[in-house]
Design a binder for this molecule. Structure first.
Ligand code: ATP
Ligand code: MG
Length: 384
């Protein structure tokens, strides 16, 4: 008899020929997650279990598994041999403090000689015999005693099925460079793409000394929170000060935000291509602010020529985004009151419907290309 944690993965993405690939990536991700806990991960047909750990670590194992994409559900369980005698003995020893129960037998190993229904009734009888004041409720029991008789002489007995975070294992889709600000949206955008299996890196623009060291540290903290779900990644930090000062000095102030964003996107694409990253991710959301209109996105999109831009939050309500931020633990950090470079030199009347030809004309007023090259040369790289 041994305490184990059963891990079930979503089968949706495992139907095709890529089964082994998805499963291997998931195994690697789980192993990395549990690296600092003494335990082993054992594969079975269409599920895994964690074994060989000290009981004090079980809660920690479960909370870490709840941060791994691709896991559908988790159950702390007891593993026993698949003989009728050992199952009977174990189930007879169960003591409940709840009143109603049912037994659900799953006979994945069809060589087990008794049918699931028949055996469930028999085990229910053993529980009734050994517990006072309990009764069977098949439809709405307080405890569902699950007895899962599997291949390789393994039977699992458990009560709880804890939801995992679902999604696809990180590393099973192409990669993305997340434009990470200190706000609420962009960490959630990174999380959403990672949930689809995308490994991410991040790029942050700061305007020191207009923005503070604290603002940058806040972004590092946000990156650490995202990395709980994505694994380690690189955070590129880019100084935007000179670029912003140049736009401010040379261009019509109405264009400040639009031009800033066009330059951010140019830098993002070049950094992504240099690093072999296949897409750009932003936390943009339709209609939220002046720079997030269809017209604004058209002129910013226009500078990105080779890569797709993913905006997973485009149609979300702020409330929905906030809910996810709270769930993933980024919200508290996001609302710390440090300024973002987008709020420096903010014009009184930013353009809501910028025109591409006018943006190009404004940009011709200064040599942004050499500033971009310089900014990329001086990128700081932080391993998260
Ligand atoms: P967020 O909450 O993510 O900051 P927001 O609602 O404040 O978003 P904007 O400031 O318009 O919206 O930014 C839109 C997107 O542009 C952000 O979600 C982020 O992807 C990117 N972005 C904004 N500022 C920065 C920055 N300083 N560094 C990197 N990316 C940024
Ligand atoms: Mg912002």
């Amino acid at each position: 008899m041994e305490n184990v944690v059963i891990i079930r993965y979503s089968e949706i993405f495992l139907k095709g020929k890529n089964f082994a690939f998805f499963e291997n990536v998931l195994v690697d991700n789980i192993k990395e997650k549990l690296l600092d806990i003494k335990c082993e991960l054992i594969r079975m047909n269409k599920r895994f279990f964690v074994a060989g750990y000290e009981q004090k670590d079980e809660k920690k194992i479960i909370s870490k598994l709840k941060e791994v994409f691709g896991i559908h559900s988790i159950s702390p369980a007891v593993k026993i041999e698949s003989t009728e005698q050992s199952i009977n003995d174990y189930v007879s020893s169960l003591k409940f403090n709840k009143k109603s129960f049912r037994v659900s037998v799953n006979r994945a190993d069809k060589r087990f000689p008794i049918s699931s229904m028949e055996y469930g009734a028999k085990l229910g009888g053993l529980i009734l015999k050994n517990n006072k004041d309990v009764f069977v409720d098949l439809h709405n029991p307080q405890i569902n005693v699950c007895v899962d008789i599997r291949e390789n002489n393994c039977t699992f007995v458990y009560y709880d099925v804890i939801s995992g975070i679902g999604g696809m294992p990180v590393g099973t889709s192409g990669s993305g460079l997340l434009l990470l600000s200190g706000g609420i949206d962009s960490p959630v955008a990174g999380y959403m793409m990672a949930k689809r299996g995308m490994p991410i890196s991040a790029l942050h623009f700061h305007s020191y000394p207009y923005t503070s060291e604290d603002a940058k540290n806040k972004v590092i903290d946000l990156a650490k929170i995202i990395s709980k779900y994505t694994g380690h990644f690189k955070l590129f930090v880019c100084s935007f000060t000179e670029i912003q000062e140049s736009i401010h000095k040379h261009c019509n102030s109405e264009f400040m935000i639009t031009l800033m964003r066009r330059i951010m996107y140019r830098i993002a694409e070049r950094v992504a291509i240099r690093e072999g990253i296949q897409s750009v991710i932003t936390g943009e959301n339709l209609g939220q602010v002046a720079s997030q209109t269809v017209e604004s996105m058209t002129v910013t999109n226009a500078v990105v020529e080779k890569l797709p831009i993913f905006r997973p939050l485009i149609a979300f309500d702020k409330e929905e985004i906030t809910k996810i931020a709270l769930e993933i633990g980024s919200y508290e950090t996001s609302i710390l009151p440090f300024e973002d470079c987008c709020t420096v030199f903010l014009p009184k009347h930013p353009l809501i419907k910028p025109k591409l030809d006018k943006c190009i004309k404004e940009e011709s007023k200064f040599d942004f290309e050499s500033l971009i090259t310089k900014a990329i040369e001086n990128l700081e790289i932080i391993e998260i």
